[in-house]
Structure formats: C-alpha cells, structure tokens
Design a protein around this ligand. Structure first.
Ligand SMILES: Nc1ncnc2c1ncn2[C@@H]1O[C@H](COP(=O)(O)OP(=O)(O)OP(=O)(O)O)[C@@H](O)[C@H]1O
Ligand SMILES: [Mg+2]
Length: 236
C-alpha cells in the first residue's frame, strides 16, 4: 500500500441544500495517478473544488494525514495540493514567462524559484522555446502545458486537473496526456477529472466513476478496451 498523501472520506457538497457530491471517498498514494470520470453534472468539478477549499463541504479531507477541510485554498496549496481548473486560465496577453512567474506565488518556500522554473522548462521544453511569446498565441495543448507548469511551480505533492483535454484537437489531447505522463514520471501524484473515459482509464492507476454525486464503479487500465463497461460507467 502506498503512503496516503490524500485521503477523502465521506465528502459532501451541497449548493443551497441541493446535494452535488454525496459521500465520495478516495485515496491517493505518493506518485499515484487516479482518474475521476462521469457525465455532465456528476459532481466532478465540485469534488475538486471542495478538496481545494474553494467550495464548502463536509466529510474529511486529509493531506499528509492532516484534516484540511475548512482551510483556505492558499493554505491547502502550501500543504501540497494544486489545481489546474477547467478552462486553463492562462493570461493570454502576458508572455509565457510572466505566466510562469504568477505560479511562483503559491510556493511554500520562495527560495529555489529559479530551479523550479528550470524544472518545468525541462518537463515542457516548448515553454523555454516560446518563453517570450504571448501566451494567447500558443496552441491549445501548449496553453494547457503552461497551465500545468504554472501549477507545478507550487511544487505540489498532488496535482489535480479539471478536464485538461476539454475542447482540444486530438493532437493536443495527446500533448496533454504526454504532459500528464511527464508529471507522473516526476513523482507528483495526479488526480485527473476527464470526460475522455477511454484515455483516462488506460492512463490512470485506477479510475473512479462518479454518478449523481456518488462513486459507482472503479476501473483499472485493463478495463480501457471494455466498451460495455465504459458505457455503463457513463449511463449507469
Ligand atoms: N455554484 C453552483 N451553484 C449551484 N449549483 C451548482 C454550482 N456548481 C455546480 N452546481 C451543480 O452541482 C452539480 C454538480 O456540478 P459539477 O460542476 O460539479 O459537475 P461536473 O461533473 O463537473 O459536470 P461537467 O462535466 O459538466 O463539468 C450539478 O447539478 C450542477 O448544476
Ligand atoms: Mg466540471
């Protein structure tokens, strides 16, 4: 068993009393990659936002064994959890380098910033190549690499991503999953929310299926070719 970096137990999120996440429990060990898939409105984003401290939730969220539920997002980032939200949120008018600089504010330790930037440039060489380019001129896949790199500058133990391949061309989707593979190789845990079930199930150590706020199924890479199982994952 991996050391549990992130442990979620009985997580509930309600919006004005209406449940969106209903008793989600999952764990992620050091360097593990876990997927979370499910149809629109299943509660995937709400789960990530709750873990990040960005929406009110109940249950338990333990990071390194410490319950961080109720903490402010910036405290949670400093404890080792980072989120690449849906839609990338890069600053299109700023240069690639300036976008990276913005990622340095989440660091626990301000020293070592230059080394951290070097490391993400090594992970994603295109960010070094286009360092002075306006970020808005990068391709969709490259922008997602930039968003991932920026989140990595906080040096998280677990990186969470909300639909990183959304709206991208097939080549860009490959770029994003290559980027996730690089993140995994670097030893960072990954919790990825996706709509692309087949890719995700094949890529992750395990993938949870979320349905109307509840985890209904757990899939392993061997299930990726099982169309009926994946269909069941989406349609119950
Ligand atoms: N801020 C909010 N206020 C009220 N209801 C919300 C809010 N955010 C989400 N919801 C509702 O909570 C439920 C779960 O939404 P959530 O965005 O977490 O789902 P999702 O699985 O990420 O969906 P998608 O695949 O469309 O991104 C939905 O019914 C949604 O309408
Ligand atoms: Mg969502």
């Amino acid at each position: 068993m991996h050391e549990a970096l992130l442990e979620v137990e009985g997580l509930h999120v309600r919006y004005r009393g209406v449940p969106a996440v209903r008793g989600v429990s999952l764990r992620l060990g050091r360097g593990e990659t876990v997927g979370l898939i499910g149809p629109n409105g299943a509660g995937k984003s709400s789960t990530l936002l709750a873990l990040m401290g960005a929406v009110r939730a109940s249950g338990a969220v333990r990071l390194h064994g410490e319950d961080v539920l109720g903490w402010a997002p910036e405290q949670i980032v400093r404890r080792g959890l980072a989120l690449v939200p849906e839609g990338r949120h890069i600053f299109g008018d700023l240069s690639v380098d300036d976008n990276l600089r913005l990622g340095l504010v989440g660091r626990r330790d301000r020293s070592g910033s230059a080394e951290a930037v070097s490391r993400v440039r090594e992970l994603f060489p295109v960010l070094a190549e286009f360092r002075d380019r306006q970020a808005g001129l990068l391709s969709g896949g490259q922008q997602q690499q930039l968003a991932i790199a920026r989140a990595l500058l906080a040096e998280p133990d677990v990186l969470m991503l909300d639909e990183p391949s959304l709206g991208l061309s097939p080549t860009a989707v490959d770029t994003v999953f290559d980027a996730l593979a690089a993140v995994r190789e670097s030893g960072v845990g990954v919790l990825v929310v996706e709509q692309r079930a087949e890719f995700t199930v094949a890529f992750c150590d395990r993938t949870h299926v979320l349905h109307e706020g509840e985890l209904t199924l757990q899939l392993s890479p061997a299930d990726a070719d099982d169309d009926s199982l994946l269909t069941k994952a989406y349609f119950g």
